[in-house]
Design a binder for this molecule. Structure first.
Ligand code: 9MR
Length: 357
């Protein structure tokens, strides 16, 4: 498949118009670029090393890459005084070799902390560990990152903390000031990468998600008012076909509009559509998933502050949503299937990118 498309693309320069790849069949990065956008995906490090079909399709479809896991603390900071950039550097080299920009994920998160963290980091040394981590990791990729998820998933109103903050090790060690510390350290480490705040569970018209939207907006307003250096917002967009009844385009538009009004750029950072609760029939499932992609992205891309769309993976062969179905049918949640064939979801994303003015 990839060979056929590569042949078609190289032949297109020489061939009469009738033989050219039709515009609709161009890779997603081309659809995106035609409208001043980036399209990318979370990259699976092992697969990019070992599965040449995967890396070929990744290079074909994407002009933006985010490591799915290897820049998280547990991988990049395996011991208190040791950092491991081998996997991250592999991905950076892959990106640079294929004209794919890279974004970083993530510097401050309550998950994927290394085992040594709990027994080593105290209220007394937490600030130093946080600043050193940010300086070292961001510094290592200085000038090479499009953007960074500096803080990830800091809001969780059900925890009952002030301002809807999530009860995390960072909040317990440093108090709410940990956000300010992180963004200030990030600005010092790499002033060029967009420093972002990234979160999920903001997509639907439900009381829980409305409360979370309000808390996220309040946080971003507070950071801007305090002149904390933050330039971007990441809307993860982990969607579910079963939740489609709660999707209201105008709610999404309004929320993104409020964020844009703060002067922040917006990235759709981790989009995928769970099919766990859909009936088994493949065609019907693909149609339902595609419709979710198209409606969501068409609404989101109407907001001019949106600069990039990333899916959380490219192919159903590598997705964190595998094995979620009661009937054990393989998940069909991403643009390409397990054999790298384009699915209705791929065409839905292309179509939505093309709606961008
Ligand atoms: O897809 C990621 C999965 O492979 C990891 O096991 C998991 C824990 O590190 O993180 C998943 O990615 C998450 C991302 O880092 C933050 N937003 C939610 C994503 C899905 O859980």
């Amino acid at each position: 498949m990839i060979a056929r498309r590569a042949f078609l693309q190289s032949a297109a320069c020489l061939a009469p118009a009738a033989f050219r790849l039709s515009a609709a069949e161009e890779p997603l990065r081309v659809h995106a670029a035609a409208h001043g956008l980036l399209y990318g995906a979370a990259a699976n490090y092992r697969a990019l090393q070992n599965d040449s079909d995967y890396s070929a399709h990744f290079a074909e479809e994407c002009n933006l890459l985010v490591p799915e896991n290897v820049l998280k603390w547990s991988t990049v900071h395996p011991e208190p005084q040791r950092f491991d950039f081998v996997p991250g550097d592999f991905l950076a080299r892959f990106g640079a070799g294929h004209e794919i920009q890279m974004r970083g994920h993530t510097l401050v998160w309550h998950e994927q902390l290394p085992r040594w963290f709990a027994e080593t980091v105290t209220k007394e040394n937490a600030r130093e560990y946080l600043e050193t981590h940010i300086h070292t990791v961001m510094g290592h990729y200085q000038g090479r990152m499009h953007s960074w998820d500096v803080v990830n998933e800091a809001i969780h109103p059900p925890d009952g903390c002030d301002d809807g903050l999530r009860k995390t090790p960072w909040l317990e060690l440093l108090g709410p000031e940990y956000l300010e510390i992180a963004y200030t350290a990030a600005a010092a480490a790499d002033g060029h990468a967009l420093a972002g705040y990234n979160d999920y569970g903001l997509d639907y018209q439900t009381p829980e998600q409305e409360a979370k939207r309000m808390a996220v907006l309040a946080l971003l307003r507070r950071l801007k008012k305090q002149k904390i250096p933050i330039q971007a917002f990441g809307m993860q967009a982990h969607l579910s076909a079963a939740q489609q009844k709660n999707f209201q385009p105008q709610v999404l538009r309004r929320f993104l509009g409020e964020i844009a009004g703060l002067g922040l750029k917006i990235l759709i950072t981790e989009m995928d559509v769970s099919d766990a609760d859909l009936p088994a029939d493949t065609e019907a499932r693909d149609r339902a998933v595609a419709e979710v992609y198209e409606r969501y992205l068409t609404a989101a891309l109407a907001e001019p502050a949106v600069v990039a769309v990333l899916t959380w993976g490219l192919t159903d062969k590598y997705t964190w949503l595998a094995h979620r179905r009661a009937d054990a049918a393989p998940a069909r949640v991403l643009p390409l299937d397990v054999e790298f064939q384009r699915k209705p979801a791929w065409y839905a994303i292309a179509k939505a990118l093309d709606t961008r003015r």
